[in-house]
Design a protein around this ligand. Structure first.
Ligand SMILES: C[S@@+](CC[C@H](N)C(=O)[O-])C[C@H]1O[C@@H](n2cnc3c(N)ncnc32)[C@H](O)[C@@H]1O
Length: 193
């Protein structure tokens, strides 16, 4: 079976063709076979390709950390327009930062002075720091990623103008295909569990 046929056996024809194009554009040839096999096992495309566009940024994606969603990106772009109109330096505290996508995106604004972003997942913190490095040319604010548990009120000793969070929103009992959560991304890069 060709790679396209393998993908068509799992996805609609147009999605299969688009995903094969992305795999072939973004990965070295030596990884195409494995990538198609992984995708046919419904591994999220972003974990296979290793990244997801988020506004002007490229956000690295790794298993164990939520893939940034399209609706989060849209919300964040709208929020940036509001913050950009604000006078004076804006200091942001973000809970539940995950990959760091929201905090880093806000940190690209010229009037944002500082972003402190917290998470309890050490894998997420490591990835958010990689994402800071990857996007450093576009980041204007001072950014710090720190360990912090929202439920234990672990607040850094800092003042903030703006408090942000995209907290966990899927009840544990729904966290399976049977519970209504998609098993894999759809045909838009950005859809995720
Ligand atoms: C829905 S994800 C959001 C990730 C990212 N902000 C985004 O929008 O893609 C929720 C994040 O909250 C973190 N989290 C869960 N419980 C937490 C807690 N008690 N304190 C801080 N972070 C928590 C998880 O590790 C996860 O990274």
């Amino acid at each position: 079976m060709s790679w396209l046929q393998v993908l068509k056996s799992r996805f609609p024809a147009s999605q299969a063709a688009q995903e094969l194009r992305w795999i072939q554009q973004e990965l070295p040839k030596s990884q195409w076979q494995t990538a198609v096999e992984q995708r046919a096992r419904l591994v999220p495309l972003q974990y296979i390709l290793g990244s997801q566009p988020f506004g002007d940024l490229t956000i690295k994606c790794k298993p164990g950390v939520l893939i940034p969603r399209n609706d989060t990106e849209e919300w964040c772009e709208a929020l940036k327009q509001v913050i950009a109109k604000s006078n004076g330096p804006v200091d942001v505290l973000e809970y539940c930062t995950g990959s760091g996508c929201i905090g880093l995106s806000i940190a690209t604004l010229a009037n944002v002075r500082k972003v402190i972003a917290l998470d309890i997942n050490k894998q997420a913190l490591a990835l958010s720091k990689e994402n800071l490095q990857l996007n450093s040319a576009k980041i204007k604010a001072k950014v710090e990623f720190q360990y912090g548990d929202l439920l234990k009120h672990q607040l850094p000793q800092t003042s903030a103008t703006l408090l942000l969070s995209n907290p966990p929103y899927i009840p544990r009992e729904h966290f399976s295909p049977a519970g209504g959560v998609e098993e894999s991304p759809g045909n838009v890069r950005g859809f995720c569990l």
